[in-house]
Design a protein around this ligand. Structure first.
Ligand code: GTP
Ligand code: MG
Length: 197
């Protein structure tokens, strides 16, 4: 699938004010700074569509982007940023979880995990919550350009091993780099296949 059109639609704090849920939707979540906004820019080929930053905590709202006039990509605030204030953390958790639980057109949540790190409890717990809430998700291992392929594979396998302590089956996963575009075609064809269901 090719992305011909990608436009920003609206930012919200309340899922009720999001666009009409009449098109397939895909949301990106994960720890602050893991590369959610950069991935949206990489997938759409528009480097300034979603706002990115070297500092964690950049994305603070539910941001809808309309793609090819027929489906939505959604950029969400990150979780797990230790330096964020307690009030901000609670606000983001409440906002994103309410959105994820209620958004009826959400076909898949992409959970982004930094491919350089070992399994973090905050990610494992978040995926547990998605499972308990029966929200379908896939995993994206980001920033693969930052280390060797061998290292990425080792880290991904370690995280998957940890997941198998809780899960009978592993979710679909992708490895990406917003620098080299690794994983772009794979994610777009996955979305395309879900769009057709
Ligand atoms: P929040 O909105 O704060 O939750 O962060 P985010 O997950 O949206 O991360 P963002 O896309 O803003 O990226 C954070 C930093 O990581 C930026 O400096 C990006 O340039 C960098 N980055 C993101 N993806 C990649 C990648 O695949 N490779 C490399 N080398 N850097 C990346
Ligand atoms: Mg962001």
């Amino acid at each position: 699938m090719k992305i011909e059109q990608a436009t920003f639609v609206i930012s919200n704090t309340d899922y009720k004010k999001c666009p009409q849920p009449d098109k397939p939707e895909y949301a990106f979540i994960g720890r602050s700074n893991v590369g959610k906004s950069s991935l949206i820019n990489m997938l759409t080929g528009k480097s300034t569509l979603a706002k990115t930053s070297q500092k964690p905590g950049k994305t603070q709202l539910i941001n809808h982007f309309l793609i090819n006039d027929s489906w939505y990509l959604v950029d969400l605030p990150g979780y797990g940023w230790a330096q964020a204030s307690k009030a901000d953390k609670e606000k983001w958790t409440q906002m994103t979880r309410t959105y994820l639980r209620h958004r009826e057109n959400l076909l898949c949540v992409f959970v982004l995990i930094d491919s350089r790190h070992e399994a973090q409890n905050v990610d494992l717990e978040f995926m547990q919550w998605l499972g308990e809430s029966q929200i379908p998700f896939a995993i994206i291992f980001t920033k693969a350009d930052k280390q060797s392929k061998t290292r990425t594979v080792q880290n991904v396998e370690a995280i998957q091993t940890k997941m198998l302590e809780f899960w009978e089956e592993l979710p679909v996963s992708f490895t990406t780099s917003a620098v080299s575009n690794e994983g772009k075609e794979e994610i777009l064809s996955y979305i395309s296949s879900l769009n057709e269901t």
